[in-house]
Design a protein around this ligand. Structure first.
Ligand code: SF4
Length: 302
């Protein structure tokens, strides 16, 4: 029997990622003679990072280094702050060094930062539900010692807070996890103020996954560093899809994954290029065992 392919919509690039990539491309045109650096991965997809390198946009990215530490490596040229946001201290340091600063922070991330700053100024302690080591969480947690990163329920038990509480979250978390953690915090502190900040792009991609029925295999096309791609895979597993694969690109598809699969679905994270997802869809649409992989051309990606 022929395999049925379900192309989940919406999928792929969000507005914040489109904006960040077009800012980087424009920077190359505007500053042809300057070194252009990105503080971290411009968006969490290594194909995009490689394609940007080809036009001379240099990522400064080292595991476990903060944005402030990465900034120490440069003292001239253009620096782009990524879609995930950066703290005001880092922006001020970059300006003080005389760097040309371009801020690709997504407006949705800026909105969360503004809400946190507003409540810190009013004297609240902030519980920020996010992922340790993620740049979006790093930027917000570095605002003040009164911001506490919460990854799970266990982190709540370690806290003792006297002041009024403001609770918010990283934009790309699971809507289901956030709902459940908000309920737990409400039981522990009924007077807490809640502000759910899952961005619309994340929400509608996750809801589309939660609605899928009778799927044997789901491919989530996305980078392992992409929080929103990982959350799509997590939600698919939690909603009972038996085989879920987070794949970088078409080359990660193997016959063994598709044995006896009747209904196969494809989605992609908000930082996954359409070109990469389309190759996966095209490969699966004409799938046969031991099918040859297509040619991957990085120059077609930006
Ligand atoms: Fe902005 Fe959401 Fe896209 Fe992140 S996933 S860049 S917050 S729209």
């Amino acid at each position: 029997m022929k395999m049925e392919l379900i192309k989940v919509t919406p999928r792929g690039y969000c507005k914040g990622v489109v904006r960040a990539i077009s800012m980087a491309k424009q920077a190359r045109l505007d500053y042809p003679n300057e070194n252009i650096y990105v503080l971290g991965m411009l968006v969490h997809n290594h194909h995009v990072v490689e394609a940007l390198k080809r036009i001379g946009i240099i990522p400064l990215d080292e595991p476990h280094k903060t944005r402030a530490q990465l900034l120490e490596r440069i003292d001239h040229g253009v620096v782009i702050f990524t879609a995930h946001g950066v703290s005001p201290q880092v922006i001020n340091t970059a300006k003080a060094k005389g760097l040309i600063c371009l801020d690709a922070t997504c407006p949705d991330v800026l909105k969360t930062q503004a809400a946190v700053i507003e409540h810190l100024e009013k004297g609240y302690e902030v519980l920020y539900i996010g992922k340790l080591g993620h740049p979006e969480a790093e930027a917000i947690c570095s605002l003040s010692p009164a911001v506490h990163l919460i990854e799970n329920e266990a982190d709540l038990k370690a806290l003792s807070i006297e002041k009024p509480l403001f609770v918010t979250n990283q934009t790309t978390m699971s809507v289901f996890d956030i709902e459940s953690l908000f309920q737990t915090i409400k039981a522990y502190c009924p007077t807490a103020l809640f502000c759910e900040e899952i961005c619309n792009a994340t929400r509608i991609r996750q809801e589309a996954i939660a609605r899928l029925k009778d799927i044997d295999v789901l491919y989530v096309v996305g980078d392992r560093f992409s929080n929103n791609s990982n959350r799509l895979a997590q939600i698919a597993k939690e909603h009972g899809i038996p085989h879920v694969y987070l794949i970088d690109d078409v080359f990660a598809i193997h016959s063994a994954q598709l044995k006896e699969a009747k209904r196969v679905a494809v989605t992609s994270g908000a930082s996954t290029p359409t070109y990469v997802t389309n190759q996966v869809i095209d490969y699966l649409e004409h799938y046969e065992e031991n099918k040859k992989y297509p040619v991957f051309d990085l120059d077609l990606l930006l």
